[in-house]
Ligand binder design. Structure first.
Ligand SMILES: Nc1nc2c(ncn2[C@@H]2O[C@H](COP(=O)(O)OP(=O)(O)O)[C@@H](O)[C@H]2O)c(=O)[nH]1
Ligand SMILES: [Mg+2]
Length: 449
């Protein structure tokens, strides 16, 4: 799948060419996962630095005083999606370090200090203070701008868990914040020590020691920043969903013909949405009817098994159905071609139907060009054990199911007309007025249903 990101297997790149002359730092830090080089932008706040080393004594700045006052004002749980698109760009840790060091080195002593020792200790304390601030400011921004997982829309929360694994997002954010706190404390301590030096030489040594110590900390713990950068990239790549747009979600076992139907129901060419944890993309199509836009989306197949055994693809299907307002088009393949026996499909169907009983629903029996007179039995199935409901299912699918074939086009017009009605009902349910201009994954396309 193109565009996929695996946090553990990051691809190699020419990044190392940038790291020329940074060997010491590089060797330790970039024994970490190698990574692609990403464009990054940095907000203006990155440049702001205030110094308050007055007459050689180190004072806490207003910025660090404010730090403790920052309160989390995010609402408890968001009813909006789109949080991933607002994540800040994260700089590679090595760039943060060298940019901070460069800026700190440029800091000069306060004007008018005639005594050489006093001038040196003033310069040293200011440079250490600047280094600490330049290192911690981006980390502080990340802490503020990466939302707390529990404040995310439940759908996006599921995606965080599916993409990164349970607890990883919070863990990495926690590590970045611990790094920030450590740098603040060590930076202050060394700036203060430097400010108390009694000779020029001592001040020079304390400055060098302070820089070395901050570098060591960044060197050992900075990988959390690089992990955060990968997390942001991975989440940002997630398809954007529109909660207000009526959506038809195709559900069923693997290979039953869902993607083929999405293609046939979509206006224009459906695009492939790459969720970072899927090996195959998921088709997302659009339908425009009477100036109203609808989405039709494929889901990865569901198998007959317990929830705890489900893979991420199945969990994604369940997350879509649980958290997004969708109508369901359930696809049944009774031909024996798809690899899931009709009796297993029946059980999956019953489970999903029970779980999502309030969803608007259409049943489709697919590939009817291949259907024979007598129902198909898998060798693993016990035909004797069939109860009347299952026997009926094997022949016709659930009651009211439409028989269709993408190959012979049988039933396709009836399906389109049923889908049309269903989406209109879904729209009424969502009780929305279609705005004139709407931001969607892709622009509306011509009507065809
Ligand atoms: N004969 C026949 N084959 C079909 C039909 N619809 C889909 N297929 C085939 O069934 C296989 C699985 O289809 P696909 O749409 O990828 O299923 P999905 O995994 O549920 O998305 C593919 O080889 C399709 O060409 C149909 O109406 N008739
Ligand atoms: Mg498919």
């Amino acid at each position: 799948m193109s565009g996929s990101v695996n946090l553990l297997h990051l691809s190699q790149s020419s990044y190392s060419t940038l790291l020329f002359n940074r060997s010491k730092f590089y060797q330790g830090l970039y024994a970490l996962p190698t990574m692609k080089i990403y464009a990054f932008c940095f907000s203006k706040q990155m440049q702001t630095t205030s110094y308050e080393v007055v007459n050689g004594s180190y004072l806490e700045t207003s910025h660090s005083k404010q730090e403790n006052k920052t309160k989390d004002t995010t609402p408890v749980t968001s009813d909006m999606v789109g949080a991933f698109q607002k994540l800040p760009m994260v700089m590679p840790s090595i760039d943060i370090y060298y940019s901070a060091l460069r800026k700190a080195r440029r800091v000069s002593p306060t004007k008018g200090i005639a005594n050489a020792a006093k001038r040196e200790k003033n310069k040293g304390a200011k440079q250490l203070d600047a280094l600490m601030k330049e290192l911690t400011l981006p980390l502080k921004i990340y802490k503020e701008k990466f939302p707390n997982k529990k404040h995310l829309h439940p759908y996006e929360r599921s995606l965080v868990e599916l993409t990164l694994g349970d607890g990883n997002y919070e863990e990495v954010l926690g590590k970045v914040d611990s790094l920030r706190k450590k740098l603040v404390s060590v930076g202050k301590e060394h700036a203060s020590l430097c400010a108390q030096s009694s000779t020029k030489r001592e001040a020079e040594e304390r400055l060098a020691e302070g820089i070395k110590r901050l570098e060591e900390i960044f060197h050992s713990d900075g990988k959390a920043v690089d992990e955060l950068m990968q997390i942001a990239k991975s989440l940002r790549a997630m398809p954007v969903v529109d909660l207000e747009m009526p959506t038809l979600c195709l559900v069923g076992a693997p290979n039953v013909g869902k993607s083929s139907l999405v293609r046939i129901l979509s206006t224009g060419k459906p695009e492939i949405c790459n969720y970072p944890f899927t090996t195959r993309g998921i088709l997302m199509g659009h339908i425009t009817l009477s100036y109203q836009n609808f989405q039709v989306t494929d889901t990865p197949g569901i198998l007959r098994r317990r929830d705890e055994d489900r893979n991420n693809l199945e969990k994604l299907t369940l997350a879509v159905l649980t958290h997004l307002p969708t109508a369901i088009l359930f696809v049944h393949d009774l031909t024996g071609e798809c690899g899931t026996s009709p009796s297993d499909q029946f059980l999956i169907y019953q489970e999903i139907k029970e779980r999502f009983s309030t969803h608007l629903w259409i049943d489709v029996v697919s590939k009817c060009d291949l259907l024979q007179e007598s129902p198909v039995f898998y060798v693993t199935e016990d035909s004797e054990a069939d109860h009347s409901e299952l026997l009926k299912y094997r022949k016709m699918g659930p009651e009211g199911a439409i028989r269709v074939s993408v190959k012979s086009q049988v039933g396709i017009n009836e399906l389109k007309s049923r889908v049309h009605k269903l989406l209109v009902s879904q729209s009424a349910r969502l009780n929305i007025q279609q705005p004139e201009v709407r931001t969607t994954i892709s622009p509306p396309r011509k009507t065809f249903l």
